[in-house]
Design a binder for this molecule. Structure first.
Ligand code: ATP
Ligand code: MG
Length: 449
């Protein structure tokens, strides 16, 4: 019995409109593969529909982001996509935001907009509800679609106009507590990207008029990245997942932040060539291109002042809350991961993000032994909790192999009449390309959920 039909799909029935030709408009590999593998379809410039296969990956990324936000103590809520212009007039950003903001009028001729970010909405909520230092610290986040009318939407989901973002907002009594909140997000981000199999390096970023050192962009190195970056090689060797992280210990969290920020790492805008050469030995200097997948930022009372988000301290004084905001480009990450994990045949999903773990290939549909063996494996894998896509189509082997490589599931289990006669199936690891003939039982025990 199949326990969850969305986790065990037959290709003969699954909606997977793959493309044989490389789409003309796609300039970078992730965009090409996402279109060819039937993950997304462009609806209009910079606006995409997520087809079933792409949606599964988007949801996996979203879930990892969510779990790590929750672990760090942030709480999830959901704010609207459509916002009132008056909120943005209050923070004085309505005119400044310019053409990137999609402005809309409702039937009463009121100015509305499709939210490009949510500082105004969240600050208004907190201003109306939080009164005392006892209500702090507070960190609230949501995962919601944003719209920015980018001048040049390109590279598929990497620079879209409509995109999916996690944005968190921290509220604290003073700047010192604000730093604790900032550091927690810093470490939560290290964990989040590491769980996706990515090396994302935190790099000092512009802080604007408030100055200080509390703004970092998290950058994944990739040749097609939009930013030029400079960093110390050892940053790529650190491993946060090997550490026991205690979000309740500000000292320990600060220790991790210090470890990651003590080595040189900067984007082009912040780069200091002299310092780079002084601080980093020649054989450890990395100059590369990178993709910004996250951005964290402390900005004090920039929004709490105009929204009058005040709290009473333990001495009875009234002070504006200190805020930070923390974004992750959830939909951009789908493309970013592909940029980091692919070869000439297609995508190579890290296991944590793969839309399915196993691609089961029946080489001779209609052959009793093959059909029966595949049905059996399909059911057992699903019962074990493994996510499996079964290619049960009456297609040539070559087509099945190349599509499976393109889609990039971590494991392929290939069942053919000749192997079955001697009691074996072929197990292929997509990443290493290694193929092995193994008994059915040992294949199952190795790849079950
Ligand atoms: P960029 O410099 O790439 O335009 P940003 O500084 O405008 O990014 P933030 O406002 O900090 O970005 O947004 C948080 C995150 O949202 C970014 O780190 C990025 O991963 C993602 N993001 C921003 N703009 C887009 C976009 N147009 N398409 C997809 N993801 C985006
Ligand atoms: Mg931008």
């Amino acid at each position: 019995m199949i326990t969850d039909t969305s986790n065990a799909v037959c290709l003969s029935q699954y909606f997977l409109p793959t493309l044989k030709e490389t789409p003309q408009e796609a300039q970078i590999v992730s965009h090409r593969y996402m279109l060819r593998a039937g993950m997304i379809r462009q609806s209009s410039a910079g606006i995409y529909s997520w087809l079933p296969l792409g949606l599964r990956v988007l949801k996996k990324i979203e879930q990892i982001v969510r779990e790590e936000q929750n672990k760090s103590g942030a709480q999830e809520l959901l704010m609207p996509t459509i916002q009132s212009a008056d909120l943005w007039r209050q923070s004085d950003r309505y005119d400044d935001y310019g053409k990137e903001m999609l402005r809309i009028k409702d039937r009463h001729d009121r100015d509305m907009l499709y939210g490009p970010t949510n500082e105004e909405v969240i600050t208004e909520i907190v201003a109306a509800t939080v009164r005392s230092y006892r209500d702090l610290p507070l960190n609230l986040y949501h995962i919601q679609w944003k719209f920015r009318d980018e001048v040049r939407p390109r590279f598929g989901v990497m620079r879209g106009r409509e995109f999916y973002m996690k944005d968190a907002y921290s509220f604290d009594l003073d700047a010192e507590a604000g730093r604790v909140a900032y550091n927690k997000m810093f470490v939560a981000y290290l964990r989040t990207f590491a769980r996706m199999g990515l090396k994302a390096i935190p790099m000092r970023a512009e802080t604007g008029p408030i100055g200080g050192d509390m703004s970092h962009e998290f950058i994944v190195l990739a040749d097609t990245g939009e930013s030029e970056v400079f960093c110390h090689q050892e940053l790529l060797e650190y491993d946060i997942l090997g550490e026991q992280v205690d979000f309740g210990s500000p000292e320990q969290i600060q220790g991790f932040v210090d470890q990651w920020t003590s080595l040189y790492a900067a984007t082009d805008d912040m780069h200091d060539a002299d310092r780079f050469e002084r601080e980093v030995p020649e054989d450890k200097r990395i100059t590369a291109r990178g993709i910004e997948v996250g951005h964290i930022f402390f900005f004090g009372d920039k929004y709490s002042k105009p929204f009058n988000a005040m709290v009473v301290t333990s001495d009875g004084a009234e002070v504006p809350v200190q805020m930070g905001s923390y974004g992750v480009g959830v939909s951009r990450l789908v493309g970013g991961v592909i940029e980091a994990c692919h070869d000439d045949e297609g995508i190579i999903w890290p296991e944590a993000l793969a839309p399915f773990k196993i691609g089961l290939i029946n080489l001779r549909v209609g052959d009793d032994a093959c059909d029966k063996a595949c049905d059996d494996i399909f059911t057992k894998l699903n019962e074990s909790g493994a996510e499996v896509m079964y290619d049960d189509r009456d297609e040539r082997a070559g087509v099945k192999f190349s599509e499976m490589d393109l889609i990039g599931l971590p494991w392929q289990l290939i069942v053919g009449p000749r192997g079955l006669k001697s009691g074996v199936v072929e197990l292929k690891n997509r990443k290493t390309g290694e193929r092995e003939n193994v008994s059915l039982e040992s294949a199952l025990s190795r790849i079950s959920g």
